[in-house]
Design a protein. Structure first.
Length: 170
C-alpha cells in the first residue's frame, strides 16, 4: 500500500467578525501567525474643546479579512477576540472589491460607510419631522428620497430625504 499524504487545501479568504474594539489586536495576532490579512484603516479626527486628535480607526468596525488554510482555521480562535470567521463565497469578486478598498484607503480621501440600498428597499426615517415614518427607496442611482405607500389609492408619495437619515429594515 502506498503512503497517503494529507490533502492540504489552498488558502481561502475569510471575513473575521471580531469582538468590539478588537480589530487591531486580532490583526496583530494574525500577523504573528503569518497569515495574509487586511484591516482597512482610515484617519479620524476628534475634537476635544479647542484641541484636535487624529487617530486611525477601522473602516469596517468589527471586521478583518484573513487568508488561511482551512485546516488552520482553529488558529483564529486562539484568543478570545473573534466572534466568527465566515468563508468568502466568490473570491474573485472579493479580491477586486478589496483592491478598490485598498486604493480608496491609500488615496487619503475621506471615506465613510454607506448602506447599500436598492430600489424598493424598506427603510425607516431616523430623526427630523418624519422620524419613525416607513417607506421604500425610490431610485438609489438618482436618490430623490423615499416613497411612502398609500395602498388603498394605489399611489405613492415621494418624500425627499437625505439617505443618511434612513435605517434599513428587514
Amino acid at each position: 500500500m502506498g503512503q497517503h499524504l494529507p490533502d492540504f487545501a489552498a488558502p481561502h479568504w475569510f471575513v473575521c467578525h471580531t469582538k468590539p474594539r478588537c480589530e487591531k489586536k486580532f490583526d496583530a495576532l494574525m500577523g504573528q501567525e503569518k497569515f495574509a490579512r487586511y484591516l482597512p484603516l482610515i484617519q479620524s479626527v476628534r475634537r476635544y474643546g479647542t484641541r484636535e486628535k487624529t487617530f486611525t480607526k477601522p473602516l469596517f468596525p468589527g471586521y478583518v479579512f484573513v487568508q488561511l488554510e482551512p485546516e488552520r482555521k482553529d488558529r483564529v480562535y486562539q484568543q478570545d477576540l473573534l466572534v466568527r470567521a465566515l468563508p468568502v463565497a466568490n473570491e474573485a469578486v472579493f479580491l477586486r472589491q478589496l483592491e478598490a478598498v485598498k486604493t480608496i484607503c491609500a488615496s487619503g480621501l475621506e471615506a465613510a460607510l454607506h448602506p447599500l440600498m436598492k430600489k424598493g428597499t424598506h427603510v425607516r426615517v431616523q430623526g427630523g419631522p418624519l422620524h419613525g415614518l416607513e417607506g421604500y427607496v425610490d431610485d438609489p442611482a438618482n436618490p430623490q428620497g423615499i416613497v411612502v405607500s398609500i395602498d388603498v389609492l394605489q399611489q405613492g408619495l415621494l418624500v425627499r430625504l437625505p439617505f443618511n437619515t434612513l435605517q434599513l429594515l428587514p
